[in-house]
Design a protein. Sequence first.
Length: 286
Amino acid sequence: MNVTVAPVQMANATARAHTIVVGNEKGGTGKTTTAMHITVSLLRLNFSVTAIDLDSRQRSFARYIENRKAFAERSGHALPLPASFVVERVKAPDAAAQEASRLSEILLEARSSSDFIVVDTPGSDTELSRLGHSAADTLVTPMNDSFLDFDLLARCDADSIEAGRPSLYSEFVWDCRKRRLLANRGNSNIEWVVMRNRVSSIEARNKRKVAAAIEKVSSRIGCRFAAGLSERVIYRELFPLGLTVLDLPVPGLAVPLTMSHIAARQEVRTLLTALRLPGIERDAGG
């Protein structure tokens, strides 16, 4: 399965950049790795991308991009790069208002200059995170393949695998959807894609049970599910260099392209296809 670019031009006076927000209140789910691989995938399809990091404390997304710039300068290897911004935390009585204003400024500029905007959010419920989520056209939520992560989406009976009421993060997303609908006078909505991330290659009973629970809860919480990225060391090893599996092989870099890396690249391409982004479609021959 290959990803191709449809013959459209998105960044012009009338087009509006499509905003992809990667979010989950739980840490350790691979949000930054997902955001970076989506960003590089779009760049390598010749789209212009603005990257926004809303977690100015950890700055993982911004650091990933800084590492990428540094590697390109150090090695002389040309790498596609996004425009990059961090919304810094403000320590003031009107901190929330100042942060919201800064985010609005960045989004306004990015929507007129980029095809896509990719936003990485903190793993916590903050007003800035809610504003970021509310700006999403597509919300991507990576979750580890476990009932611990599933619990943030919905309560689940351990025996019957019947999903109960929506849980913490689902209610968070519902509130952000309402904000967006009100802000846009009901003319748009957030498409929510939950991706099973860090999936083990080993077939296990718990893995099948999580998959069954996800299938049952999707319509109730208003999302659809997609395959994410498997548990592979390569995703973590490339961070210091600012590289992704889509950049491999890199001349002069002692990271040989293996079958595992090729499989990882296909996972990223499959994810991008599953997001159903504007201007991107499946290759009929792929």
